[in-house]
Structures are given as C-alpha cells and as structure tokens.
Design a protein around this ligand. Structure first.
Ligand code: NAP
Ligand code: HJL
Length: 279
C-alpha cells in the first residue's frame, strides 16, 4: 500500500537519528557475538523507577519525542520482546509506526520488528481482535512469536498464531516454588539468533528487566537505552529494581552499574545510553 500513510505515523528527525546511531545495532546486520543478537534493553521510567502505575494501568511516562524515538529503535531492531504481563495489561501493538517502514509509506514488512512475548504458561488470551492481529491484517506489523514452556500449547491459539505467520517457541523454563518462571535469557537469545534475528530490543515490563539485570546476563546485553521522565508515579508502581547483590564478605553492593553513560536531553525527558559495566 505505498501511497497510503496511516494517521498515526510518527516522524523522527535526521538530527535525532544521529545522536542515537553510535548506540544502535550495526546496519550491516553483524553482531558483536556470533551466536547472539545485538541486544538492547530499553524502557521509559519515572524518577522513582516505575514503568507504570500498576500492572493493568497503561501509563504515559515519556513525552512525544521519546515515543517517536522508541519507534525509530523498533525500526532498527529485528525483534521486540515483552513479558506476558505487558501483553495482558496493554494489548500492545509492538509494531513500528515511523514514516517509511512497511505499512507506513512502504509496501511489505521492511522495518517492522518481530514481536516476541515471553509467556511460559501460554496464559495470554489473545484473539483475532487483539491489536497485534488487527495490525497483521492491515500489513502494519508482524505476527508474534510466543515463548512458552508448554510442549503442547492450546490448539486453537496455535492455529490463530500460525494463520498470521506467528508461532509458539518452546523452551525448557524452570518454575519456581512460588509458581513464577525463570527462563535462561542467554539460551533464549541464542534461539532467537538461530531463528534469524540479528538484533532484539527488550522493552519490559519490570519482571523481564529485573531478571535480565541478574549478573549472569551482563555480557548478553549490548546496550541500555533508558528514557527518564520528570515525574514520580508514587508507591505501588511497577518498579525496575533488580535483586540485591552481596560481596564475599556478605556486604551489600550495587546490583548493576552502567558503563560509558551518555545523557541526551530530549523534550522534557532525558535519554540515557550506556553499556552494562562488566565488573
Ligand atoms: N514504561 C515502559 O517502558 C514499559 C515497558 C513495558 C511494559 N511496561 C508496563 O509494565 C507493566 C507490566 O510489567 P510486569 O513486570 O507486570 O510484567 P512483564 O515483565 O511484562 O511480564 C511478567 C510475566 O512475564 C513472564 N516472565 C517475566 N520474566 C520472566 C523470566 N525471567 N522467565 C520466565 N518468565 C518470565 C512471567 O510470566 P508467568 O507469570 O506466566 O510466569 C511474568 O509473570 C505494564 O503495566 C506495562 O504497561 C512499561
Ligand atoms: N517509551 C515509552 N514511554 C512510555 O511512557 C510508556 N508507557 C511506554 N510503555 C511501553 C509499553 O508499555 C510497552 O512496551 C507496550 O506494551 C508497547 O505497546 P505499543 O506497541 O506502543 O502499543 N514506553
């Protein structure tokens, strides 16, 4: 549909693109580590480290410039990953609405990332009317891959996914005593690379980010791009705060630190681009 540009199309200026460029996956599709995609951790946070007021309440934190930036980031990654908590709470689009990508001024799916939803128990109750599938029908986004521990996910959901070109990706995922799940992020990233994704941006929510910030995954993350907005959401929010770490003497130490941070004022927000400090 080349001549037709949807009303919600976003624009991101060449100057703004320039500041992000050193922090993005290489344009030639090469990856720093051969068996892993270039992996970007990215989210928008309040000053009290909240991603939203509560899990079921979609919360606008960042400004319109940062929104356009997020969509530009989506155009520069092959995959975009969220946890099932985000899928259930937001009925998300997980597509890219920047002018010039597939469905937004260009034919085909070029520039549209593959949505990936981590859903160990296959509890996301998606239907034909879920936003993601509406967008597939309009050729404005790709169908999702859903990462699950179930060897045999519900047949009707599988059929719906496959109708649009999506699929379930089965992985061995440990269940904890409390019934939550702990997947091996390194293993998942290897699987995604094998399936052809050369770059993946991980957008949240908090449980996904907190688990990814565990020390053992430090070397798997290539870049963190965090938008910080001038607001406190208050207590009870969905908070990014990884598990406390202790040194050999049992003294508490910082959980994770960033290296080579660059801070860019952006509208009312600030965008922080940095690597993960490797001890
Ligand atoms: N501000 C932002 O940039 C931003 C970005 C994304 C999301 N959000 C917001 O964040 C909220 C949702 O965050 P959330 O923390 O509640 O949910 P979430 O992280 O999106 O999803 C949590 C669920 O995903 C699965 N999961 C997460 N980490 C896992 C791991 N390491 N291994 C295996 N399974 C894992 C678990 O499913 P099971 O329980 O089935 O095991 C878990 O309950 C929403 O309100 C959304 O709007 C904000
Ligand atoms: N950059 C940014 N600023 C915000 O103020 C905010 N609330 C999000 N939130 C991200 C969001 O909660 C999930 O990544 C979505 O679920 C994706 O949804 P869309 O594809 O945009 O529909 N992101």
């Amino acid at each position: 549909m080349p001549g037709w540009i949807p009303k919600d199309t976003l624009h991101f200026s060449p100057e703004d693109r320039a500041f992000l460029e050193p922090h993005l996956p290489p344009r030639d599709g090469s990856t720093p580590k051969p068996d892993l995609p270039f992996t970007t951790l990215t989210f928008a946070t309040s000053l009290d480290s909240s991603l939203s007021l509560s899990p079921g309440v979609p919360t606008a934190i960042s400004g319109p410039q940062s929104k356009a930036m997020t969509h530009y980031l989506r155009s520069r990654h092959d995959g975009i990953l969220v946890g099932v908590g985000t899928a259930v709470a937001d009925n998300p689009s997980l597509n890219c609405r920047i002018a010039g990508v597939g469905g937004y001024g260009s034919p085909g799916f070029d520039g549209q990332p593959r949505p990936i939803v981590v859903d160990p128990s296959a509890r996301w109750d998606f239907t034909e009317e879920s936003k993601l599938f509406q967008l597939c029908r309009e050729q404005r986004g790709r169908a999702p891959w859903i990462v699950t521990a179930l060897a045999d996910p519900p047949a009707e959901k599988k059929a719906l996914l496959e109708k649009y070109g999506g699929c379930y990706v089965h992985m061995d995922i440990q269940a904890t005593d409390t019934g939550s799940h702990r997947l091996d992020w390194h293993e998942l990233l290897v699987v995604l690379k094998r399936r052809g994704l050369r770059s993946v941006m991980i957008e949240g929510g908090a449980q996904v980010i907190n688990s990814l910030l565990e020390p053992r995954y430090k070397s798997d993350i290539d870049m963190a791009i965090v938008t910080i907005a001038p607001t406190w959401l208050g207590q009870g929010g969905v908070v990014v705060s990884p598990q406390r770490r202790f040194d050999d003497a049992g003294t508490a130490v910082a959980a994770v630190r960033l290296a080579n941070p660059k801070w860019y004022p952006f509208g009312e927000d600030v965008v922080l681009c940095a690597q993960i400090k490797q001890d």
